[in-house]
Design a protein around this ligand. Structure first.
Ligand code: TYD
Ligand code: MG
Length: 476
């Protein structure tokens, strides 16, 4: 009789160990290794069964371009690359309570009139989903609803109903394959369930939407392989205190990634935000120091956001550097360049940086806006009102060009800005009547902001070696 040997799987990375260990060798996570029943053994050796020969074809040929299924929720369709592709699998990850179930229900009910849609929930009872649908005013939509967690049952059912268009599994962590011993939510269950469902989706040509939970660390719970198995990975994110939500494309085999869709969570569900810049700038107060509007690009769309900085006296030996919504490594770089190339020393100060509205920015083009916010905060001089700022900063203090300048300027003009501080550009992009201030070195930013070099020099000679003439009075 064959002896079944239990295997020990890391719940973080999916690495398999042959004995329990406190720390996974694969990813270094502590306490993540759990005993699981072994997966079914593949036949030993490749000679065990004779395979069929496969045929090769050329790169060109008759392949019908699958028509995408469009939900009409344009923020969702755009992030999916222009609609859902039949036979593809989409993973929607996000924190609990962020609105994943609401989103998929809204998408399904829009699509249900065109194509048969099924919503399979392993988390909520039918009654709960119906209540939500009623609240959202969607109870008339012909969505097929079921509460189930056994993948075998789901597959049998879907195989018998041939003309399914879209299937939602909410969530993949609640599903289980009964041939495996481990509990739902463990790596092997999540992996096996997803594999079975994706295989069926490809075979039958329906779009599979998998809802996935996110761990404390922000990765989709279960193995990373889940992200490799699906065609599209979307993250639904947002700050708890804010009402808007971002749907972000992380991977897409059928379209561009780094596209975002912006929604607002209201009492009647998620509403599309057609003009996110206006939303992100809604609470802007004019004429305060430390606030600068950055003209950014998210995916194909321009997005204006306010970057706020606060420079405060520090009582710590190592001053604080707190960043929300931006990369702290890049903040350190901008501070170092300001100090070394422009003589603006903030080393002894606490620095706080915040991207207003809870947005996360990854573009290097935000460097210049961050530098401007820091300088404005340090000097207590408000940045020019109605100006947007963008540009990448190099280590020697040079301002580097960024992509999509025209798009950024156009958005700024649309929202009533009339000045742009930007890198020099040979193309000479213009938009509306925005006046362009092109700077090629970070030093020039001091002049743009009305920083008085005299004061700064005085400061540098003073014992404090600080570059903030005005705020200094407050604490010295
Ligand atoms: P839900 O879709 O259940 O989140 P997830 O599936 O990601 O766990 O969203 C639940 C939250 O959304 C809950 O905190 C209430 C809020 N919400 C609204 O504010 N308005 C609405 O119309 C709905 C349906 C939910
Ligand atoms: Mg849910």
């Amino acid at each position: 009789m064959a002896r079944t040997i239990a295997s020990f799987t890391c719940q973080e990375c999916g690495a398999v160990h042959n004995k329990w260990t406190g720390r996974c060798d694969g990813c270094g996570a502590w306490n993540s290794v759990v005993e699981e029943a072994p997966a079914e053994q593949a036949p030993k050796g490749l000679g065990a069964g004779k395979g069929h020969s496969i045929s090769f074809v050329g790169l060109t040929g008759e392949t019908s371009d699958a028509t995408r299924r469009i939900s009409g929720i344009s923020e969702f369709d755009r992030v999916c690359g222009g609609g859902l592709v039949p036979g593809s699998a989409v993973l929607i990850g996000g924190d609990p309570g962020i609105g994943k179930s609401t989103l998929v229900l809204q998408v399904l009910s829009r699509m249900a009139t065109e194509t048969p849609c099924s919503y399979i929930s392993g988390e909520e009872a039918i009654g709960q989903i119906r209540m939500r649908a009623t609240r959202l005013g969607l109870s008339e939509a012909p969505v097929q609803l079921a509460a189930a967690t056994n993948v075998r049952d789901i597959i049998t059912t879907l195989e018998s109903t041939r003309n399914t268009g879209i299937v939602v599994i909410d969530s993949i962590q609640t599903m289980y394959v009964d041939s495996l011993d481990s509990a739902p939510g463990t790596v092997s269950q999540v992996r096996a369930s997803a594999q079975e469902l994706i295989r069926l989706a490809k075979r039958q040509g329906f779009t599979l939407l998998l809802v996935g939970h996110v761990t404390k660390e922000g990765a989709i719970a279960g193995p990373r392989v889940l992200e490799h198995m699906v065609d599209t990975v979307l993250y639904f994110e947002g700050e708890r205190g804010h009402q808007f939500r971002l749907l972000r494309g992380i991977k897409n085999r059928y379209g561009a990634t780094d596209e975002i869709g912006v929604f607002e969570m209201t009492d009647r569900g998620l509403q599309e935000v057609a003009n996110p810049s206006a939303l992100f700038l809604a609470e802007r107060r004019g004429n305060v120091s430390g606030a600068v509007v950055f003209a950014g690009i998210e995916g194909t769309r321009p997005l204006l956001v306010e970057i706020q900085a606060l420079v405060a006296p520090s009582s710590l030996a190592t001053p604080r550097r707190a960043v929300i919504g931006w990369d702290s490594g890049r903040l350190a770089m901008v501070l170092a360049v300001l100090e070394t190339r422009c003589g603006v020393a903030l080393a002894g100060r606490d620095v706080y940086l915040n991207v207003a509205g809870g947005l996360k920015i990854n573009e290097p083009a935000a460097d210049l806006a961050v530098a401007a916010a820091l300088l404005s905060a340090a000097s207590d001089i408000p940045a020019p009102k109605d100006a947007v700022v963008f540009g990448e900063i190099g280590l020697s203090g040079e301002i580097r060009g960024v992509s999509q300048t025209a798009l950024r300027l156009k958005e700024a003009a649309k929202l009533g800005f009339n000045q742009a501080v930007k890198p020099p550009s040979a193309k000479g992009e213009r938009a509306g009547n925005i006046s362009l201030t092109e700077i090629s070195h970070l030093r020039e930013l001091l002049t743009v902001l009305g920083w008085e070099p005299g004061r700064q020099n005085n400061d540098q000679n003073s014992e404090k070696n600080s570059a903030t003439p005005r705020t200094e009075d407050a604490y010295s």
